[in-house]
Design a protein around this ligand. Structure first.
Ligand SMILES: NC(=O)c1ccc[n+]([C@@H]2O[C@H](COP(=O)([O-])OP(=O)(O)OC[C@H]3O[C@@H](n4cnc5c(N)ncnc54)[C@H](OP(=O)(O)O)[C@@H]3O)[C@@H](O)[C@H]2O)c1
Length: 269
């Protein structure tokens, strides 16, 4: 006799998997976070996209009326983090997933590390995701999932990444503790570690030695050097990272995992 899903019913294949129904995504207006939102929305889920700039958030909310919601907040400010996931849950009528994609990198070599950039990177890459993860532990439905966007720089730093690497490495360890804490309710936490992904973050003109900003051709040359570091021969697409993230949100026996998604970058010596 063929296996039937449930007596007298057929499975609803249009319903999003648990963990993917109602998801709050920080950094959801741009780059990797936006691709995560789009993947969830395409699967029939709802999202609350969070960031500082209203415009990109309103753009996704306008494209998916009633399905995508915008929440403007500076997550580096403790008072703006307060109650954030509760607000997201109220907008969607529940909370099954949490993705922290908001992040900031300032490349500075030892000796030139500015205090402001140090504090800003620790706050958005480590403190905010841990604090929001604590909120998620309380508010996620049983079996829900959280995914934190870390970086290959967490495990393979470069000369200019001391603070960013330390913050993302700390985030991975904090994620494991959240995974332990959530396990009794089936609430899972994992991290993705992207290599270089083609987003605003890498295309923003970097400061040059003469105190100027890179010209467009200098940006192109730098991006080309970054591309060449990846054995698979291309930069990551935001959809590459989104596919892995949504997989983890819905994977009910994966918790505490760190998945590199890097075109083979870490294979290199
Ligand atoms: N691109 C890469 O090569 C790469 C590689 C490894 C890891 N990552 C990580 O991937 C994540 C997403 O980055 P991305 O590449 O997609 O670049 P992105 O488009 O610049 O995304 C960063 C997002 O974070 C939000 N954000 C930054 N600071 C915030 C704050 N204080 N409060 C609220 N939101 C804030 C930004 O929105 P607002 O500016 O509007 O606030 C933006 O939407 C980051 O965590 C980054 O560290 C990126």
């Amino acid at each position: 006799m063929p296996h039937s899903h449930a007596e007298g019913t057929t499975p609803d294949r249009s319903a999003p998997a648990a963990g993917l129904r109602r998801v709050l995504v920080t950094g959801g207006g741009t780059g990797i976070g936006l691709a995560v939102c789009e993947a969830i929305l395409a699967g029939g889920g709802q999202v609350v996209a969070v960031g500082r700039r209203s415009e990109p958030l309103q753009a996704i909310a306008a494209r998916y009326p009633g399905q995508a919601h915008a929440l403007v907040a500076d997550l580096a400010a403790p008072e703006q983090r307060e109650g954030l996931l509760a607000r997201g849950r109220a907008l969607m009528g529940g909370l099954d997933g949490f993705v922290h994609s908001a992040g900031y990198v300032a490349h500075e070599a030892p000796g030139s590390i500015s205090e402001a950039a140090l504090r800003a990177q620790i706050e958005i890459n480590l403190v905010a995701p841990l604090r929001l993860g604590e909120q998620a532990l309380e508010l996620l439905e049983d079996g829900g999932g959280m995914v934190f966007v870390a970086s290959t720089l967490a495990v393979r730093p470069v000369l200019t990444s001391a603070v960013y690497s330390a913050a993302k490495a700390g985030l991975i360890e904090a994620m494991k503790v959240l995974a332990l804490a959530g396990a009794p309710r089936g609430v899972r936490a994992s991290a993705v570690l992207p290599g270089v992904v083609d987003t605003d973050m890498i295309r923003a003109p970097a400061p040059t030695r003469d105190g100027q900003n890179e010209s467009p051709s200098e940006v192109e040359r730098r991006v080309e050097r970054l591309r060449a570091l990846h054995p698979i021969g291309r930069l990551g697409a935001t959809s590459d990272v989104a596919a892995c993230t949504t997989y983890l949100l819905g994977a009910h026996w994966i918790s505490g995992a760190s998945i590199t998604i890097d075109g083979g970058l870490l294979l290199r010596e």
